[in-house]
Write a protein that binds this ligand. Structure first.
Ligand code: SAH
Ligand code: SF4
Ligand code: F3S
Length: 482
C-alpha cells in the first residue's frame, strides 16, 4: 500500500476510536480483524500465531488474555514458532530467564528471514526494564512490537498499530493505577482457570525485581472477581486458582477494604465451583482468619504454597521478609493443627549475599522440620536496581552450588516421604489429561496438588472422581478409579 494511503487509513482508524475502556479495545479488535482478514485473503491461507510464556502463573494468565485477543482477531494457533506472529511474554525474576529470551530471539530472526510476513512481539516483565528495551532497539531491530505489563490491556490497539506499520512499535508505561475489566481471554484447560485477584507488589523483598516491573499493589473489586468466576463456572470451569504476588494482603487498598479470607468466603458460595486454590501466600500476612476459613471450607484445596526463602532469621531480615524462623514455624504448626492433611510447598533461595554456612544450616533445619511436599529451590540471582544487588559479600559460585546440591537432595528426600502419606487412601481427583508417558492412562490432580496416574477413558477429562492410591512413585501415585 502506498505510504500516503496507509497514513490516511491509520489516522481514520484512530480518529474514530472510542476513548473509554474496554470499548476502545473491542473497537481495535474489529480493526485488527479486518487487517488480518485482508492479509490472509491475499496469502490464501489463515495467519498463524505462537505465544510463548516465560515465568510465573501471573504471566501464564496474561498469556491467556493475549491469546484470547489474537484468536478474536482471527489468528489461528501454530504448534511452533514458525508462525506469522510470535509473541514472547517474558520474565525477569532471575538472570537466566532473560538469557533464554535473548537466545531464542536469534532463532526467531532466522525464521523471519524466511517468512517475510512474520511479525515478532515482546511483552511482559523484562520489557519494564529500560536497559532491556535499549538493547532490543539496538541489537534486535527486527522485533516489531514491544510493550510492558501495565498496558497489556491495550494489546488490540498496539496490534493494530503494528499491522499498519513497518517500524518497531514500543510502548512501555512506568506505572498504572488502572485495572481494565472484561477483555476476552482464552483458557488452556476448559475445566480450570487462573483468576487475577490483584496486581503488583508492595513488599520490596531486597532481592526481588517484581515490585519494579509489576508496579504497586492493586486489588480487583470483589464484585468483578465473583462475576468473572461465575462466568467461568457457567462455561465449565470447576477449579480456580486465585492469583496475586501476596494474596494475603488482598483488599487492603480497595475503597471498601475486605480481607482475603472474606473474599474466599464469597467465592465459596458460587454454585457449581468445586475447587479453589490460591498463590502466593506471604507468611507475614497469613492471618488466623484465613486458617479458620480454610479449615471449614468445602472447596479450598488443602494446599498452601508458603515461600520460606531462607530459614535463617538474620538472612530473612536482610531479605526484608518481615518474619523470622520462629514465626514461620509457628505458622506451620497452626496450619497443620487446623488442616492436618494440608500439603505445604515452598520457594527457597540459596546464596543470598552474606549467607554463611550457619545460615544455610538453618534453612536445612526448617526443611527437615516442615517436610514440604515440594520446594522450588533457586540460586540467588543479582537483579540490578534491587537493594541486594549492591550488598557486599556476594557468595562465591562454587559455595552456592555446593549448598544448592545439598539442599536439593534433602528437599527430594523429604518430598518423597511427605508425598507418600496418602498411600492406600481414596482421594477426589480432577482428571486433567491423558498421561503424557503411559498410553491408556489418565492424569488427575488431588486437592493437595499431587498427581495420580490411573487407567481410564479420556471422556473423564474435566471430571472430579474418586481414585484409590495404590502405589507411590516418589512424587506421584499410580491408582485406580473406584
Ligand atoms: N510473590 C512471591 C514470589 C514471586 S517470585 C512470594 O513472595 O513468595 C517467585 C520466586 O522466585 C520467589 O519466591 C523467590 O524464591 C524467587 N526469586 C525471586 N527473586 C529472586 C532472585 N533475585 N534470585 C533467585 N530467586 C529469586
Ligand atoms: Fe518479590 Fe517479595 Fe513481592 Fe514476592 S512478595 S513478588 S518475593 S517482592
Ligand atoms: Fe517473572 Fe514477572 Fe512473574 S518477573 S516471576 S513473570 S511477575
Amino acid at each position: 500500500m502506498p505510504n500516503q494511503e496507509k497514513r490516511i487509513e491509520e489516522s481514520e482508524i484512530f480518529k474514530n476510536a472510542p476513548l473509554e475502556e474496554p470499548a476502545r479495545q473491542y473497537y481495535f479488535i474489529e480493526q485488527a480483524r479486518e487487517l488480518v482478514k485482508k492479509q490472509s485473503e491475499e496469502l490464501g491461507r489463515p495467519l498463524t500465531f505462537c505465544c510463548v510464556t516465560f515465568g510465573c502463573q501471573m504471566n501464564a494468565r496474561d498469556s491467556e488474555k493475549l491469546t484470547g485477543i489474537l484468536e478474536q482477531v482471527g489468528y489461528v494457533t501454530s504448534e511452533d514458532e514458525n508462525a506469522d506472529f510470535v509473541l514472547y511474554n517474558t520474565c525477569t525474576v532471575r538472570e537466566n530467564a532473560n538469557l533464554r529470551v535473548y537466545g531464542r530471539l536469534g532463532h526467531l530472526h532466522s525464521l523471519k528471514n524466511k517468512n517475510p510476513h512474520m511479525r515478532i512481539g515482546l511483552c511482559g516483565c523484562m520489557m519494564q526494564e529500560s536497559h532491556v528495551v535499549e538493547k532490543i532497539k539496538k541489537s534486535y531491530p527486527f522485533v516489531d512490537l514491544v510493550f510492558g505489563t501495565h498496558n497489556l490491556y491495550k494489546f488490540p490497539e498496539l496490534l493494530t498499530t503494528m499491522l499498519l506499520n513497518n517500524r518497531m512499535i514500543v510502548d512501555i508505561w512506568k506505572e498504572t493505577d488502572q485495572i481494565v475489566e472484561d477483555l476476552p481471554a482464552d483458557r488452556k484447560y476448559p475445566f480450570k482457570s487462573g483468576v487475577n485477584i490483584m496486581f503488583g507488589c508492595n513488599n520490596f523483598c531486597s532481592y526481588c525485581i517484581v515490585p519494579y516491573v509489576r508496579g504497586r499493589e492493586r486489588s480487583r473489586e470483589p464484585k468483578a472477581i465473583i462475576r468473572e468466576i461465575e462466568r467461568l463456572v457457567a462455561d465449565g470451569v470447576k477449579e480456580v486458582m486465585l492469583l496475586g504476588q501476596n494474596v494475603n494482603s488482598y483488599g487492603k487498598t480497595l475503597e471498601h477494604p475486605i480481607t482475603f479470607a472474606e473474599l474466599l468466603e464469597e467465592i465459596e458460595k458460587i454454585e457449581g465451583l468445586e475447587r479453589v486454590r490460591f498463590m502466593t501466600s506471604h507468611p507475614k500476612d497469613l492471618s488466623d482468619e484465613l486458617i479458620a476459613v480454610m479449615a471449614k471450607s468445602q472447596k479450598i484445596c488443602h494446599h498452601l504454597h508458603l515461600p520460606l526463602q531462607s530459614g535463617s532469621s538474620r538472612i530473612l531480615k536482610e531479605m526484608n521478609r518481615r518474619y523470622d524462623q520462629e514465626r514461620y514455624l509457628n505458622l506451620v504448626e497452626k496450619i497443620r493443627g487446623a488442616v492436618p492433611d494440608i500439603s505445604l510447598t515452598t520457594d527457597i533461595i540459596v546464596g543470598f549475599p552474606g549467607e554463611t554456612e550457619e545460615d544455610f544450616q538453618e534453612t536445612l533445619k526448617v526443611v527437615e522440620q516442615v517436610g514440604y511436599d515440594t520446594a522450588f529451590t533457586f540460586i540467588y540471582s543479582k537483579r540490578s536496581g534491587t537493594p541486594a544487588a549492591s550488598m557486599e559479600n556476594q557468595v562465591p559460585e562454587d559455595v552456592i552450588k555446593d549448598r544448592f546440591d545439598r539442599l536439593l537432595s534433602l528437599v527430594q528426600e523429604k518430598g518423597r516421604q511427605a508425598s507418600s502419606r496418602f498411600l492406600g487412601t481414596v482421594q477426589e481427583v480432577l482428571v486433567e489429561e491423558k498421561s503424557r508417558t503411559a498410553p491408556g492412562m489418565l492424569t488427575g490432580r488431588m486437592g493437595q496438588n499431587l498427581l495420580v496416574h490411573f487407567p481410564g477413558d479420556p471422556s473423564l477429562i474435566g471430571e472430579m472422581i474418586p481414585v484409590r492410591l495404590n502405589e507411590c512413585k516418589g512424587f506421584y501415585y499410580i491408582g485406580e478409579k473406584i
